[in-house]
Design a protein around this ligand. Structure first.
Ligand code: NAD
Length: 261
């Protein structure tokens, strides 16, 4: 199967670590021209150096806080100047803080809206002039919470559904431009985020983090957390020409964790 990613320009939001970084590395290894971005220049520079040895295209970086619209516009300007017209937008962001409904105040609700929903809206808006020219891919990274709520993560449970609704609307509106919009939902993939959530649960219950991990594994048929590379490969497929008839759809990468149909 030819992914035909060579020379495609891809912007990966929140790519200084975890899932975003793994997606950027996979796309670069497949020959895409990659723009890395997150808030910290030093982190981005390190990721660029890490990815370059296996990259088969350019790897650039530009710092941007994706909750700031001016910074997003500067990011797209830099991407066009350095790599050319965008073909692939990967929307991704840091996760919202953990907590149940009564632990979350308005400030946290507003911050999660800006980070986990409005940033995707703004990134898509900024990417559309490019994507409309020759078609392309928009891939939104969300969470298994789009299929079943995660206890103690009310912000994720609420805002990921907004991303899903957005993707479904856009699949309709952007199909005439051959822009395919998909959603990828991670279950438990081993990153700093998973670590943070396991530690949070352990602290709340006064138990060891390993016990939380063990309980989590009992709920995953494959009995392990995913590797970010395994997640990134699924995203690469959706970003590629090999995926030409999937739009508006959602792909779970969760080792079988979600039991629903
Ligand atoms: P992570 O915490 O390891 O990485 C988050 C990335 O987001 C970092 O690069 C960070 O610098 C960047 N970031 C945070 N705030 C930003 C901002 N304002 N502007 C620009 N960049 C910003 O998280 P991850 O595990 O890679 O997960 C990525 C997303 O997927 C998160 O939203 C997370 O909640 C979600 N998710 C992950 C899992 C999993 O198993 N890892 C499961 C469900 C959902």
């Amino acid at each position: 199967m030819d992914l035909n990613l060579k020379g495609k320009v891809a912007l990966i939001a929140a790519s200084s670590r975890g899932l975003g970084k793994a997606i950027a590395a996979e796309l670069a290894a497949e020959g895409a021209e990659v723009m890395l971005t997150s808030r910290n220049r030093e982190h981005l520079k390190n990721v660029q150096q890490e990815i370059l040895p296996t990259a088969r295209g350019k790897v650039e970086f530009f710092p941007c806080d994706i909750t700031n619209d001016d910074e997003i516009n500067a990011l797209f300007k830099a991407t066009r100047q350095r790599l050319g017209n965008l073909d692939i937008l990967i929307n991704n962001a840091g996760g919202p803080p953990g907590g149940g409904f009564e632990q979350i105040d308005d400030t946290a609700w507003q911050a999660a809206f800006e980070l986990n929903l409005l940033s995707y809206v703004r990134l898509i808006r900024a990417a559309l002039p490019d994507l409309k020219q020759g078609g392309g891919r928009i891939i939104n990274i969300t969470s298994s919470s789009i299929k079943q709520p995660i206890p103690g993560l009310v912000l994720s449970n609420a805002f990921r559904m907004g991303v899903l609704g957005l993707a479904k609307s856009l699949a309709d509106e952007l199909a005439p431009f051959n822009i395919l919009v998909t959603t990828v939902a991670p279950g438990r993939i081993g990153t700093d985020r998973t670590d943070y959530l396991d530690q949070l649960k352990a602290d709340q219950r006064g138990i060891d983090k390993q016990q939380v991990v063990n309980e989590s594994l009992q709920n995953i048929p494959l009995r392990r957390y995913g590797d970010p590379v395994e997640f990134a490969r699924a995203v690469c497929f959706l970003a590629s020409d090999a995926s030409s008839y999937m739009t508006g759809s959602t792909l779970l990468v969760d080792g079988g964790m979600v039991r629903g149909y």
